[in-house]
Design a protein around this ligand. Structure first.
Ligand code: TXA
Ligand code: MG
Length: 340
């Protein structure tokens, strides 16, 4: 199969003919990768079980790991879910459209293929104009996991998508780099208090300002364990190079890089602005951004990991952000990517 790259530029993000072309593929049961404000998604018609099955094949995603359904309106959230607790409406008002995914009991229209057999469905309203235009034009909810091969870093531009999925999907809508760069926050509203299943673009602190209390899924689950957050298997988001995390100080980072150079032939470094690295031709440096500017660092995290891996590094050294605010999502992704 030839994967078409449908390029949307600058002010023409709502280029109607290209969006319509992609929507026609979705309606016909095909696969289209598309940008959201977080990362690129790999979309199929959520009401077409056969089409959704193809997502798992293209991604090589295990059948036990359910997908997120993307819709365009709060009404659609209510249409495909049931028994919504009262906080649902307040969360929708506060955070959507945007990077918040709600886990709620599903209605019948959503097939078991989407939810991997569960009776809950993860659903969100993305804010990216291309994602919204695609959902509207398709006239159907769109099931979409991140558009990477299973276990790999999520794609934040169309090159990443094609690197993993070229030839396996019909098209990618290319609107450049995604603005946030880490996936949505996933919160399970079927527990009391709600459970934060995956930290992401909406911080735990922001959720607490609406929900009062939020339960944390603390220890990462064993690889392949199916409950209660199936996609949170231990090793995930990982580049092919080995990821070495260090304490977030310039001194620890310098020492960890030097140490890695003594053990690996080619080493990558995710370097914060103004931090030092040893002078050494075997070292490849990715200029990550200003330490503490979590938005910028989130935006460039997966880009950096994929860039350094392409430069044939055997190990990548990276300082570990703290577990607070948006940095919590970075901490989570990096810890998982560093697992054996
Ligand atoms: O930002 C995002 O959320 C991106 C964009 C494309 O929307 N999507 C994304 O999808 O990251 P994915 O499949 O890579 O991650 C979805 C996570 C997985 O960990 C999955 O296991 C979990 O949500 N999930 C999906 N349905 C669930 C359910 N019914 N109950 C619990 N967790 C669920
Ligand atoms: Mg994913």
């Amino acid at each position: 199969m030839l994967t078409q790259r449908l390029i949307l530029t600058g002010d023409e993000l709502d280029d109607a003919p290209l969006i319509e072309q992609a929507a026609a593929i979705i309606r016909a049961g095909g696969l289209v990768a598309f940008p959201t404000e977080t990362v690129y998604g790999l979309g199929a018609d959520a009401l077409n079980a056969e089409a959704v099955r193809r997502i798992y094949l293209a991604k090589e995603r295990p059948a036990w790991d359910p997908l997120i359904v993307h819709v365009d309106t709060p009404e659609a959230i209510y249409r495909y879910t049931r028994n919504q607790p009262p906080v649902t409406e307040r969360l929708i008002l506060a955070f959507t459209p945007g990077p918040l995914t709600l886990v709620l009991p599903k209605r019948e229209a959503i097939s078991d293929v989407v939810t991997a057999g569960r009776d809950t469905v993860a659903i969100r309203i993305p804010s990216h104009p291309v994602a919204r235009a695609l959902i509207r034009s398709s006239g159907t909810p769109i099931a979409a996991p991140s558009a990477n091969k299973f276990g790999r870093p999520s794609p934040t531009n169309a090159d990443h998508v094609l690197h993993d999925l070229n030839g396996a999907i019909e098209a990618v809508l290319d609107a450049g780099q995604t603005p946030m760069g880490v996936e949505s926050t996933v919160v399970d509203l079927t527990t009391q208090p709600p459970t934060l299943l995956r930290p992401g673009g909406v911080s735990k602190e922001a959720l607490e300002s609406v929900l009062g209390e939020v339960r944390l899924l603390s220890a990462p689950l064993e690889s392949g364990e199916a409950l209660p957050a199936p996609g949170l298997s231990l090793r995930h988001y990982a580049p092919h190079a080995r990821l070495l995390l260090c304490a977030p100080t310039p001194e620890a980072f310098y020492g960890a890089t030097k140490d890695a150079l003594s053990r690996y032939a080619f080493v990558g470094a995710m370097r914060p602005d103004g931090w030092r690295t040893p002078t050494e031709p075997r070292l490849r440096v990715f200029e990550w951004g200003a330490w503490g500017d979590w938005e910028q660092l989130a935006n460039r995290l997966f880009l950096g990991l994929r860039t350094l891996e392409k430069q044939q590094t055997h190990a990548i050294v990276c300082p570990l952000p703290p577990e607070e605010g948006l940095a919590r999502a970075l901490h989570d992704r990096l810890t998982r990517a560093a697992q054996d």
